[in-house]
Design a protein around this ligand. Structure first.
Ligand SMILES: [Zn+2]
Length: 433
C-alpha cells in the first residue's frame, strides 16, 4: 500500500487561486505533499470527479454541548435567553454533555468543519470523544469566579479548581495536534477583576491561551460602563488582560479605540453574525476590524442562539450583512470572509497548519459536491462565489482531517450518526420534562 493518498477533483481552492482540474496528495502523517494540476503518473486513491476541494472550515466560537438546547429560547432578548440556558445547565449530567457534544461533532463534520474553538465544561473523556471523531478542538474550560461551580450536576469543582484543571489538561495535550486547551473566563461582566487578573497571570506564566466573550450586547457595555466607567475592552485593557494570548468572541460593540487595541495586542476575534442577529445583539464592525488588521475567525456560537453549526450560513451572512447595513456592496468581499472562515480562523484558534491547501499544511480538506443545482450553471473559476453565496453545509460530501477520512459520500466514518441523534433526543426529552 502506498504511503501517499491522492485526491483528484474538478477544482481546488488554494492560497494561490482556483486550480481546475486539481490534485492533492498527502502523506501517511496527514501532511499535504502536493497541490496542483493532475500529474500523469499519480495513482489516484479517491477520484472525486464532480467535486471541488477546499480547506475545511474552522468554527471560531461555539459551546458544542449546547446542541441539546436547540430551540429552547428562540425569541427572547439576550439576558432572558442566558437565564433560560443557564437554568437547563443546572440539570445537565456528564452523560448529557457527551450526548450534546457528539451531536455537535456530527453536525460540524457533515457541514465541513474540521476544527472548533469551544467554551464549556471539558475533561479528558470529552476531549477523547473529539479525538475519536477526528476533529480538532481548542477546548476552553468555562468558569466565572473563584468559588463558583458552573455545572453542579456534572462536577462539583469551583472556578479556582477549573483553572488548575485547565493547566493540567493543557500540559497533558500540549503535543497533541488535535487538541489545544485554554482558560475560558466567561466574560468581563460575569467575572470579577480579581478573577480576570488571576487568569491573566496564569495564562502568561504558562503560555496557555484564553477564550472569552467581549462586548456581545449593549446591556453588557452599559453594565460595565456603570460599574467601572469603561467599556468591556477598555476594562480588560486596564487589567492588561491582552498581554495574554486572548481569543474574544462576538465583539459586537467595539469602539474604534478598542479595535486599535485588539489589533495592537494581536487579540483575535470570532465574528458570529447569525447569533448576533438572532439574539438582537447587533452588527459587529467587521469591515473596520478587517481594515485594522485584527486577527479574525468566523463562529456560529452555540445552536441555542443560531440554530445550526453550518459555517456556510455564517459565510454568506458575514459577507452580505454589512453590505446591506451600509448600502455598500463593497463593504465586505467574499474572498475575505472565506479566508476568515478557514486560514484566519485556524491561525486565530491555534491550528496554524490547518485552513489552507498548500504543501506542508495538514490535509484538512473537504470536498463539495458541484453537481447540486445551486452551483449550475457551473463555472469552476467562479468557485469562491459559489462557495460563499450559494453553498450550504449539505453540499459537503467528504471530509478529511489530518488526512483521516471522517465523512464519505454523506456517511460518517467515526460516529454512529443515528445513535447520536437518538441519544440527544432522549436527553432533551428528560431535560425539558
Ligand atoms: Zn458564546
Amino acid at each position: 500500500m502506498s504511503d501517499f493518498t491522492v485526491l483528484r477533483a474538478d477544482a481546488m481552492l488554494t492560497p494561490g487561486g482556483v486550480v481546475t482540474p486539481a490534485e492533492l496528495e498527502f502523506d501517511s502523517g496527514g501532511s499535504i505533499t502536493y497541490v496542483g494540476p493532475p500529474r500523469a503518473d499519480s495513482s489516484v486513491t479517491h477520484d472525486l470527479a464532480g467535486h471541488a476541494l477546499m480547506p475545511g472550515l474552522v468554527n471560531g466560537h461555539t459551546h458544542s454541548a449546547m446542541t441539546l438546547q436547540r430551540g429552547v429560547s428562540d425569541d427572547d432578548d439576550f439576558m432572558t435567553w442566558l437565564g433560560k440556558v443557564q437554568d437547563v445547565e443546572q440539570r445537565l449530567t456528564h452523560d448529557d454533555l457527551v450526548a450534546g457534544l457528539e451531536l455537535a461533532l456530527l453536525e460540524m463534520i457533515e457541514t465541513g468543519t474540521v476544527a472548533f474553538a469551544d467554551m464549556y465544561y471539558w475533561d479528558e473523556e470529552l476531549i477523547e470523544r473529539v479525538r475519536a471523531s477526528g476533529m480538532r478542538v481548542f477546548a476552553g474550560l468555562a468558569c466565572s469566579a473563584t468559588d463558583h461551580v458552573a455545572y453542579p450536576t456534572v462536577s462539583p469543582i469551583t472556578g479556582a479548581e477549573v483553572l488548575d484543571e485547565t493547566e493540567r489538561l493543557a500540559a497533558k495535550y500540549r503535543e497533541d495536534p488535535l487538541v489545544r486547551v485554554g482558560f475560558a473566563p466567561h466574560a468581563p461582566y460575569t467575572c470579577t477583576p480579581e478573577f480576570l487578573r488571576e487568569v491573566r497571570e496564569r495564562a502568561i506564566a504558562s503560555g496557555i491561551p484564553i477564550h472569552t466573550h467581549v462586548s456581545e450586547s449593549a446591556a453588557e457595555v452599559a453594565q460595565l460602563t456603570e460599574q467601572y466607567g469603561k467599556t468591556p475592552g477598555e476594562h480588560l485593557d486596564s487589567l492588561e488582560f491582552f498581554d495574554a494570548n486572548v481569543h474574544a468572541a462576538h465583539c459586537v460593540h467595539l469602539t474604534e479605540n478598542e479595535i486599535v487595541t485588539f489589533a495592537r495586542t494581536g487579540t483575535s476575534v470570532s465574528h458570529n453574525p447569525v447569533s448576533n442577529l438572532k439574539l438582537g445583539n447587533g452588527v459587529a464592525p467587521l469591515p473596520e476590524m478587517i481594515a485594522s488588521g485584527v486577527r479574525l475567525a468566523m463562529g456560529t456560537d452555540s445552536v441555542a442562539s443560531n440554530n445550526s453549526l453550518d459555517l456556510f450560513e455564517e459565510l454568506k451572512h458575514a459577507t452580505i450583512l454589512h453590505r446591506g447595513a451600509r448600502q455598500d456592496a463593497g463593504a465586505v468581499l467574499a474572498p475575505s470572509t472565506l479566508h476568515i472562515a478557514t486560514q484566519g480562523g485556524a491561525e486565530a484558534i491555534g491550528f496554524p497548519l490547518s485552513g489552507a491547501l498548500e504543501v506542508g499544511k495538514f490535509a484538512d480538506v473537504i470536498a463539495v459536491d458541484l453537481g447540486v443545482t445551486t452551483f449550475a450553471p457551473l463555472q469552476a473559476t467562479a468557485l469562491v462565489s459559489h462557495l460563499v453565496f450559494g453553498a450550504t453545509g449539505r453540499d459537503v460530501a467528504h471530509v478529511f482531517i489530518g488526512g483521516r477520512h471522517v465523512y464519505a459520500d454523506g456517511k460518517h466514518l467515526t460516529l454512529d450518526a443515528a445513535a447520536v441523534r437518538a441519544r440527544a433526543t432522549e436527553v432533551r426529552a428528560r431535560l425539558t420534562a
